[in-house]
Write a protein that binds this ligand. Structure first.
Ligand SMILES: *Cc1c(COP(=O)(O)O)cnc(C)c1O
Length: 383
């Protein structure tokens, strides 16, 4: 007998209550019943984003909201500053280039966070830069970028907006959108939202709406002005992913009930316990600025990180993630997002120990598990 477990940084495991909510018969998206749901969901999103801004709901994966943000805020020949320190930073550049926007890249070594002073000097050096694109959490490396500091810098430039990809950050750790002055924040359903893939979100500040009104890049499906107009009537411009939105209502109601602080404390607990385990196993984290969303572990010398992932999945039914791009084979990543608790963390750590030993790494079985358990015992009253 074998159970399947999902510990990848998206898609994540989903709570039974959410699954049941999504299994209900479909309701029509132009009916008052759905408008009431959308109203409730919009309120819940504002709570989660800690914002008064409109939060658009799109039927796509997270990349759809990224692309929509580029095409709705910029114009032909515009320049944008991109913080590029991993796979998802690279995606901002790729989208810009696909639409003829010049990307001015700040290349950050993989595993490191951007130095905010570099953003200030780039904006000083070129006043024509219209937007700054960054990740709150670069999922491919596990790095948290200093978003608060970047927000303070970009705020001083009235014609430049700050766009934050928080797809694997929102709902994991604190990102107070309004307090930090983040103009556009994008998120996706299949990460910390604990939903299946298929929904993307974008919060848009008044400063960003000014850019949207001037934007002339080609666009059709992702049209933020149309979405804003529909949202005023508690609708979406096109047929929404009705079942996912019904599931989202369930998720957001749960978040509201528990409170954001508890949600963040939950992810902190799991991530910190995982880090203790990594050290106790004689392994190293990939980054000095680790996130609470994903623990990124350097594969031991002589062990291929991809083999760790493959063996866990094929032999033991446990899905974690390997490295992407230049980190392929060098790391493996355990996600703490989704419907998962402290004892499932012990489960995945235990499996990682067994698989590493199977692949020839010398460790004492239970060493990582013990360290994690001790941490969890000390923090047994946390979330
Ligand atoms: C998952 C993810 C995305 C978007 O990926 P999709 O597959 O399009 O949902 C973008 N940025 C980050 C940081 C992510 O973690």
């Amino acid at each position: 007998m074998q159970k399947k477990y999902l510990f990848a940084p998206g898609p994540v495991s989903i709570a039974p209550g959410t699954l049941l909510a999504m299994a209900q018969p479909i309701i029509h998206h132009r009916a008052p019943q759905f408008a009431a749901i959308l109203r409730e969901v919009e309120e819940g999103l504002k709570y989660l984003f800690q914002t008064k801004n409109d939060v658009l709901i799109l039927a796509s994966s997270g990349t759809g909201a990224m692309e929509g943000t580029v095409t709705n805020t910029l114009s032909k020949g515009d320049k944008a500053l991109v913080v590029r320190g991993g796979k998802f930073g690279e995606r901002w550049t790729e989208i810009c280039e696909a639409y003829g926007v010049t990307a001015v890249n700040i290349d950050v070594k993989w595993g490191e966070a951007v130095n905010p002073a570099l953003i200030r000097s780039a904006l000083e050096a070129d006043r024509s830069i219209k937007a700054v694109f960054i990740q709150a959490h670069e999922t491919s490396t596990g790095v948290k970028h200093p978003i608060k500091e970047v927000g303070e810098i970009v705020k001083a430039y009235p014609d430049t907006i700050l766009v934050v990809d928080a797809i694997s950050a929102l709902g994991v750790f604190d990102i107070p959108v309004d307090e930090w002055g983040l103009d556009i924040v994008v998120a996706g359903s299949q990460k910390a939202f604990c939903l299946p893939p298929g929904l993307a979100f974008a919060s848009i500040s008044p400063k960003a709406w000014q850019r949207v009104e001037k934007s002339n890049l080609p666009k059709y499906y992702f049209n933020f002005l149309k979405e804003r107009k529909s949202l005023k009537k508690d609708q979406t411009a096109y047929t929404p992913a009705v079942s996912l939105i019904v599931g989202l209502r369930e998720v957001l109601a749960g978040i509201k009930e528990e409170g954001l602080e508890k949600l963040f404390a939950h992810h902190r607990l799991l991530a910190e316990a995982a880090r203790k385990a990594v050290t106790a196993m004689g392994l190293k984290l990939y980054t000095a600025v680790p996130s609470e969303a994903v623990t990124v572990i350097q594969a031991p010398e002589d062990v291929d990180g991809q083999k760790v992932v493959k063996l866990l999945r094929e032999k033991y039914g446990i899905t974690i993630a390997g490295g992407q791009g230049k980190a392929k084979g060098k790391i493996f990543r355990i996600s703490h997002m989704g419907y998962t608790d402290r004892f499932e963390l012990i489960l995945v750590l235990s499996a990682v120990e067994i698989v590493l030993k199977e692949l020839g790494y010398h460790l004492e079985l239970g060493s990582g598990v013990k360290a994690a358990e001790e941490y969890l015992f000390q923090h047994r009253d946390v979330a």
